[in-house]
Design a protein around this ligand. Structure first.
Ligand code: FFO
Ligand code: ATP
Length: 207
């Protein structure tokens, strides 16, 4: 276990992100396409898949090219909307959709109908933001707990945390507690990899 607190990790990574060159978008898009294809049970896909992702902000690894690549490949993409009490709802994303600033967090959200996760139908993959993730699937987020609450309510699905390559760290380094939901994969501009225990047990908590 780390000697740094979550707050100290967040401060360090946010400071480092100030000087990361923002050219990773196209690489991340390629990795995102490959990851989704690797999950496709019906490959080559006759129809598009349904996936959840998010609109990056500030110095996060840029997801706009990835969102565009997924929709261009025929996939249906939903992104999160911040709701009171750190809950998330979902709304359809497509290129050019009108966006508005969330009243609850420093993120942009599409205007349009808000849907519960259950209303999205069968979602095959979920991409979530992170400041860091370890190879056992422990994720450090921005600190609202939006995604921990959300992941606690859904069935076992492929969930990938998106980070820069140097933010994918060895197991045991990141501080975590029993509420922190595990991710099944890490996605960086350099590639994707499986994290932690086998699928179907992706959010299992430690004894
Ligand atoms: N792009 C994105 N959307 C997201 C999240 C996220 O982390 N990233 N969230 C995840 O829960 C939720 C929004 N919650 C958030 C809570 C706090 C901060 C925050 O404190 N941001 C820093 C800036 C970080 C940066 O520029 O890298 C800040 O404002 O100081 C951001 C989002 C849902 N949507
Ligand atoms: N399933 C849950 N139910 C209730 N509270 C929770 C749950 N998961 C996390 N929390 C609370 O949310 C707060 C933030 O948690 P944490 O620091 O792990 O956020 P994070 O995962 O970094 O943020 P985010 O998911 O928004 O990116 C903490 O007070 C934590 O106890």
């Amino acid at each position: 276990m780390s000697t740094m607190s979550k707050a100290e990790w967040r401060a360090q990574i946010r400071a480092q992100r100030q000087s990361v060159a923002p050219a990773a978008g196209p690489k991340l898009a390629r990795v995102g396409l490959d990851w989704l294809a690797s999950l496709d049970m019906l490959a080559p896909a006759a129809a598009g898949m349904t996936a959840c992702a998010y609109v990056s902000m500030g110095h996060e690894p840029p997801t706009a090219p990835l969102l565009e690549a997924w929709t261009a490949a025929g996939h249906t993409v939903y992104v999160p909307v911040c709701e009171p009490e750190y809950r998330l709802s979902w709304t359809l994303w497509h290129p050019g959709i009108q966006m508005a600033k969330s009243p609850l967090a420093p993120v942009m959200e599409p205007v349009g109908p808000r849907l519960s996760f259950a209303a999205l139908g069968s979602v095959e993959a979920i991409l979530i933001p992170a400041l860091a993730v370890d190879t056992a699937g422990v994720r450090l987020g921005q600190g609202g707990g939006y995604y921990d609450r959300f992941l606690a309510t859904i069935p076992a699905l492929p969930v990938a945390a998106v980070v820069y390559a140097h933010e994918l760290v060895a197991p045991g380094l990141l501080p975590h507690d029993f509420l922190d939901a595990r991710v099944t994969h890490a996605l960086t501009p350099a590639g994707y990899q499986r994290c932690g225990p086998p699928l179907g047990n992706g959010n299992a908590q430690e004894p």
